[in-house]
Design a protein around this ligand. Sequence first.
Ligand code: ATP
Length: 354
Amino acid sequence: MGTVAAYGLRKSFGEVQALDGVTLEVPDGAFFVVLGPSGAGKTTTLRAIAGLERLDAGTVHLDGRDATGDTPAARDLAMVFQSYALYPRKTVFENIASPLRARGASADAIASAVAKVSDLLHIERLLARKPAQLSGGEMQRVALARALVRNPRAFLMDEPLTNLDLKLRVEMRTELTRIHRSLGGTFVYVTNDQVEALSMADQVAVLREGAVQQVGTPTEVYDRPANQWVAGFVGSPRISLLACRAEGDRLVGEEGWTLPRPRWTTAEDGRPLLLGLRAEDVSVEARGAAALAGELYGLEPLGDRTVVDVKVGKEMLKVKARPAVTGTLGERLSVSVDLDRAHLFDAATGLTLS
Ligand code: ATP
């Protein structure tokens, strides 16, 4: 068993309410990602689970048992920090072996456990070196190996890939999901990088200002965001939001456009709404009746695609287009909209309307 749960975590630092009632339930064996912007309370949540933070309120349950009063050691969790925290004077072998030595494991057991984890992380050839002789990516692997060498109840990882360059970070994402699959443990992984979260997680909890906004699979969080804020935080380019209201069978934009009212919406007439359109659900190759008129404001070629900025009145719409798309700034464009994939938010509360 390796379930981790937190109920109603509250923690303030002076004036700052870092956690404002965080509740999470991580199933056994999950790759669970806590995603949120800087300052959202991700590290504080992880430290609270690890027993490193004194809480104002709330409980932490491990394997279904209340562990709120347990010491960090008694919780049997392995933590990986973004700073690596390796012992500089010890060799890589001794760094990895240290959690096992602390538990009094035999020399044979240590040698075989270190060999196994070094093989998993492809760091066998580094075992005799000291941390100063390693690159950032190698240090990261050693820090991971040290966490993985024993068999804790769960692994807690705080932005472990932050200090790596982009190429290594992408490689390590694949590596970590592979390791998770082959070890089968419970991972609680904190990041502010939504691509990292969506690509690795079984489940994502989206955190903002110390409060969980939504928990779901990456697809749920992306396709059915709970509110406008989640829709904006997850996805690149950012979802475009156009102010409008429903009137009969039409959606009427504040900038003067109209579109057929999506069949699925129950929003009552006249209520201020925001129409959320993801860049891949709109097209500059106009088709059908659902179209918006605008003008070409900018082109951002990204190799495999080009993001086209279209100005609709005073509002901006981002459109994913083929890489070869061209145009003259200021030219008039018609943008077709896939209304079945559009989102509607209550403009006052930000909540998703269906
Ligand atoms: P980041 O992605 O930047 O690491 P985070 O989501 O992990 O951010 P936390 O580190 O949990 O956020 O911090 C949440 C809030 O609590 C922030 O406003 C932070 O400044 C504050 N905070 C965290 N630790 C302390 C502390 N020891 N003393 C005072 N304020 C703190």
